[in-house]
Design a protein around this ligand. Sequence first.
Ligand SMILES: [Zn+2]
Length: 95
Amino acid sequence: MPMHDEKETMNAEAGSFRDKKMGGKRTTFKKTVCKFCAQKIEPDYKNPDMLRRCTTERGKILPARITGTCAKHQRALTQEIKRARVLAYLPFDKQ
Ligand SMILES: [Zn+2]
């Protein structure tokens, strides 16, 4: 599946992703703090607006290295997004 057409959806939160792609070295790497840790909240399927910020327009879950989400919250987030999909709060991956 091609990944190149998703570039536009990687916006402010994905600044470090672009830097990494442009330079050979990761001197410009900016540390992104996990937004769930920072705000002291947990991913919740009842809050689809928050979950949507961690997915692409097509409904794919953004990888943790792009959003800066820590491993613990990325796991929880994946679970909550899947729950939200079943409840039709979020779209499934449309390919
Ligand atoms: Zn976290």
